[in-house]
Design a protein around this ligand. Structure first.
Ligand code: ADP
Length: 198
């Protein structure tokens, strides 16, 4: 059966080969926080900053995940778990391809974030707490969701009738009611730059 054995002329491409090609080290930045705390705003500004600084990053958020691959999932405990499982698996694929992902999801409980961390791997998972008081998030009410949650039109909304557990030991915490978006981006970028540089 030797005719079926292809000559091995090179080893399989590794993550490190792809990272070298992109001149970076891939990581998963995991932004957690209440709805309206500023995760997506910061993730998008950070993506732009990283691009300008020569890094290759991709935001994963509700807009490109919940509306696409996860559009069959709701907000029950099981569906939130499945939502995060798929996101973490996608982030892991990006990781293997050398791309940095900026994951912007409420991911409200320690259990759910630990689940993501266990899929991605401790060494590559950087937890960033985007923190703003509930009153601030509710006053911003970017998508009108808090009003709907208060009126009962949405059930199980994080911060209203579903708990949010703050991370105990995040790599970075940003208080968005005390910092501008630019300051937040600068703080995160300065922290990750040495980690993602070759
Ligand atoms: P999330 O993704 O956490 O649900 P968004 O980024 O969609 O939150 O919304 C946050 C809102 O708060 C935006 O309207 C943004 O302009 C505003 N905002 C005010 N100050 C900040 C800040 N320092 N960082 C991030 N967002 C801020």
């Amino acid at each position: 059966m030797t005719e079926n054995i292809h000559p091995i002329f090179d080893r399989l491409l590794q993550r490190t080969d792809r990272e070298k090609r992109l001149n970076q080290r891939s990581k998963v930045l995991w932004l957690t926080g209440l709805s309206g705390s500023g995760k997506s705003t910061i993730a998008q500004a950070l993506e732009r900053r990283m691009y300008n600084e020569g890094f290759f990053a991709q935001v994963l958020d509700g807009d490109n995940i919940r509306s696409g691959i996860n559009n069959n999932l709701g907000f029950s405990i099981e569906d939130r778990q499945e939502n995060i499982r798929r996101i973490a698996e996608i982030a892991k694929l990006y990781l293997q391809s050398g791309v940095i992902t900026l994951n912007s999801f409420i991911s409200p409980t320690k259990e759910i974030r630990n689940f993501a961390r266990s899929i991605i791997g401790e060494a590559d998972f950087i937890e960033i707490y985007i923190n703003a008081p509930l009153e601030v998030c509710e006053a911003r009410d970017v998508k009108g969701l808090y009003q709907k949650a208060r009126s009962g039109a949405i059930k199980g909304f994080t911060g209203i009738d579903s708990p949010y557990e703050a991370p105990e030991n995040p790599a970075i915490e940003i208080k968005t009611n005390e910092t501008t978006v630019e300051e937040a981006v600068d703080k995160i970028f300065k922290y990750i730059q040495p980690i993602i540089s070759q």
